[in-house]
Design a protein around this ligand. Structure first.
Ligand code: SF4
Ligand code: FES
Length: 363
């Protein structure tokens, strides 16, 4: 068994934004009882003992936690590399300076589009100008800045404008991530999934930008796996390198695993070390023994680990099946159908979306 490398700490699911591709649980009401500061500090200590070196503080919106500075400071004292994944709402100059003093190493800000109207429409709230101001602040304070943009049918055609904005903001890294279809994104899939022509155009723009910005800015372009032949090696394999702790203390091998019908493991009851090594949820899809055919005898089984367990479950109802994205999967038609629908000539580029509700609306 390998040691975990990264811990995703979902500090809270509270968030001022309403993105229609949010991968947070649909049943936000179940996560109201959040871990305390002391409980998070214990989690971080145990994570460090287990071998974790990177902490990603996320949510929801982690800045909604009053103790985010304290948590960042504790992580820094433990020697963890700390990354704040934020919408930037709540990153005031004062808060930013406190986080800088606490030793926060890196900031990743999400923007929804290249300009205010489109970005605010997707975010479901006026936020673009504040995000831009926060991105400037991050650079002024000397942090490395990653800009993350979730791509979909409605913004992918503006990818060159998005890259130009990131350049103006002096982002060190631009993460252009096509939507992954979990949570609200799956609910909104038909309105979000781009066409093949859109994907190909975007690929060409990214290729040219990569050449132009070589040595200056790193561009990460994550293809929508629905258009791939083989699935992504999700989480680099189940229970191999990453773990996620949810706001209420559940520990998961990936941020979407709350959807799977697996026994829960919580830091309220067990140590992180026991959960990593022994818990049924981490053991269930570790390694290759659990695999069905065609994965079991496939030469790629240790390359992609059979794809994504959450996607297999969401699309087939059985988390132990081959990821339907794979062309060898007996369920591949499910993905092929969605791709066919996204490529119908008559399909409009803009369709109605269901926004993510605010947690307080679901409690
Ligand atoms: Fe990967 Fe399984 Fe497909 Fe082989 S059959 S490529 S292991 S998902
Ligand atoms: Fe859970 Fe891929 S998102 S295994």
């Amino acid at each position: 068994m390998t040691s975990p490398f990264g811990l995703l700490a979902e500090l809270t699911y509270a968030c001022p934004l309403h993105c229609p591709y949010c991968s947070n649980p649909l049943n936000l009401a179940d996560y109201g009882e959040e871990l305390t500061t002391a409980q998070w500090q214990r989690v971080l200590t145990e994570a460090r003992e287990l071998g974790v070196v990177q902490l990603h503080m996320s949510g929801g919106e982690p800045l909604q936690r009053r103790d985010v500075v304290e948590i960042a400071r504790s992580a820094n004292e433990l020697g963890l590399y700390t990354n704040l994944i934020t919408s930037a709402i709540g990153l005031s100059p004062r808060r930013a300076e406190q986080l800088r003093a606490a030793g926060l190493d890196h900031v990743q800000i999400s923007i929804q589009a290249h300009e205010a109207t489109a970005s605010d429409n997707i975010a479901g709230t006026r936020s673009f100008e504040r995000k831009i101001a926060a991105a400037r602040l991050v650079k002024e304070l000397g942090w490395p800045l990653t800009l993350n943009i979730v791509l979909h049918r409605m913004n992918i055609d503006r990818i060159s404008d998005i890259i130009a904005l990131a350049e103006r903001l002096h982002a060190d890294r631009i993460e252009l991530a096509n939507t992954q279809y979990y949570g609200w994104a799956l609910h909104n899939r038909s309105a979000l999934l781009p066409s093949r022509k859109q994907i190909d155009r975007a690929k060409a723009v990214v290729r040219a930008a990569n050449k132009r910005l070589e040595g200056k800015t790193t561009i990460i372009y994550i293809l929508p796996d629905y258009y791939a032949q083989y699935p992504k090696p999700c989480m680099d394999g189940w229970g191999r390198r990453q773990l996620t702790v949810t706001p209420n203390g559940d520990v998961l091998p990936c941020p979407a695993a709350h959807t799977l019908p697996l026994p829960r493991a919580s830091v309220r009851e067990k140590s992180l070390g026991w959960i990593w090594a022994e818990s049924p949820v981490f053991q269930r899809f570790r390694g290759t023994d659990w695999m069905p055919e065609p994965c079991r005898s496939c030469p790629r089984r240790e390359i992609d680990f059979g794809g994504c367990r959450c996607q297999a479950f969401l699309l087939t109802g059985d988390a132990a099946r081959t990821d339907p994205v794979c062309i060898l999967s007996p369920d591949h038609e499910i993905v092929a159908d969605a791709v066919r629908a996204a490529n119908e000539e008559t399909r409009p580029l803009a369709e109605a979306l269901t926004p993510r509700p605010h947690p307080r609306d679901t409690r």
